[in-house]
Every structure is written in structure tokens, then in C-alpha cells.
Design a protein. Sequence first.
Length: 94
Amino acid sequence: MPTTELVESIAATQRAAIAAIEAGEWEEALEHSGAAVAADPEMVPYQIAHGFAAAGSGEWATAVEAFELAVTVDERPEGWINLALARLEAGLPE
């Protein structure tokens, strides 16, 4: 089981990713969101943020992967919409 310090560290990394997304700092967002996802890949908000950061960076294959992982854990409609858009931008078939 992760320690409180580790959980807080991952959450801080996720907050940094969100701040970077909101500021349009895509490369920074991708770095932070990638670290959060690596630390806890089944945390859907981390995958969604990573997908947004990847999309903002034009890394559509990474965005597709992140959104696919998100919808396998939580099938909310917005996850599927984000996945569909990423797949379209990546030039992948339906």
C-alpha cells in the first residue's frame, strides 16, 4: 500500500499537470501527467489529463492510449467522446 507521502506527491504532480493544461503549457503538462499516470495508471482522472496533455501536444497516439485506458476503467460518455476525437485526429479507423 502506498504511503501518504507518495499519494500526496502523485496528487501534487497531477495538480501541476492540470495547471499546465489550463495555461496551455502542453509539453510541461505532458511531462507531469505522464509521471502521474506512471505512478498510478488506473486512476482515471490521471489518464484523462494525460490524454488532454498529449492531444494539446499533438501526440495523438498517446492521447488515444490514455483515453482507451480511461474508458476501460470508467465508461463515462465524456471518456468515449475524447477517445473518438483522439482516434479521428490520429487517423485511426472507427
